[in-house]
Design a protein. Structure first.
Length: 164
C-alpha cells in the first residue's frame, strides 16, 4: 500500500528541478521563445511567500520571474500553476497544525486578477482573506476578480512597489 505524501512533502521534493529546457520548433513558435525554465516547487512557494500584505502577484508574473532568474525566454505555465496550488495546500496544512506564519497563497491570482477556485476553500476562502486585507473582490460573469488589482501588483519592473 502506498503512503500518501503531504502537500508539504511534495513542496520540498525538488527532484531534478529547477532546470531550463530547449523547446522543440513547434513549441518555440507557440511560446515565442527558445528556452523554458521549469522551477522547483520551493521556488514558486518562496515567490508567493514574499508578497507583503496589501500587495498581489499573478501566476503570469511568477512565470516571468522564473524565466528571468534562470535566463530563459519563458517560465513553464504548467508547473508554475501546479506548484502554486501545492504551495497553497501546504500552507493550509501548516495552518491546520497551528503555524501562524504561512505562505499567503491568497495574494497569488490568476491572469487578469482572477481568484483561483482550486485553492483551499475555493473562491470564498480566498475572497475572505483578500477582503480582510482591504481588497475589493467583484464578480464579472462567472469569475471573481480583485477590483483594480493592477494597482497592487508587484512586478519585475517595480510597478506597484518593490520587487520580491
Amino acid at each position: 500500500m502506498r503512503i500518501k505524501r503531504t502537500r508539504r512533502e511534495k513542496l520540498l521534493d525538488g527532484k531534478d528541478l529547477p532546470k531550463v529546457v530547449l523547446l522543440k520548433e513547434n513549441a518555440q513558435k507557440h511560446w515565442k521563445g527558445n528556452t523554458m525554465a521549469i522551477p522547483s516547487p520551493m521556488e514558486v512557494n518562496q515567490m508567493m511567500a514574499n508578497i507583503p500584505k496589501g500587495k498581489l502577484i499573478t501566476i503570469e508574473e511568477i512565470r516571468k520571474r522564473i524565466a528571468q532568474k534562470h535566463k530563459a525566454d519563458i517560465g513553464c505555465p504548467l508547473t508554475c500553476g501546479i506548484f502554486a496550488w501545492i504551495a497553497a495546500h501546504a500552507a493550509m496544512e501548516e495552518e491546520a497544525e497551528g503555524k501562524k506564519k504561512i505562505t499567503p497563497y491568497w495574494r497569488t491570482l490568476k491572469t487578469g486578477g482572477e481568484l483561483n477556485p482550486k485553492y483551499p476553500g475555493g473562491i470564498e476562502e480566498q475572497k475572505k482573506r483578500l477582503e480582510s486585507e482591504g481588497h475589493q473582490v467583484i464578480q464579472k460573469g462567472k469569475k471573481y476578480i480583485v477590483e483594480n488589482y493592477e494597482k497592487y501588483l508587484l512586478t519585475t519592473y517595480g510597478k506597484a512597489g518593490a520587487q520580491c
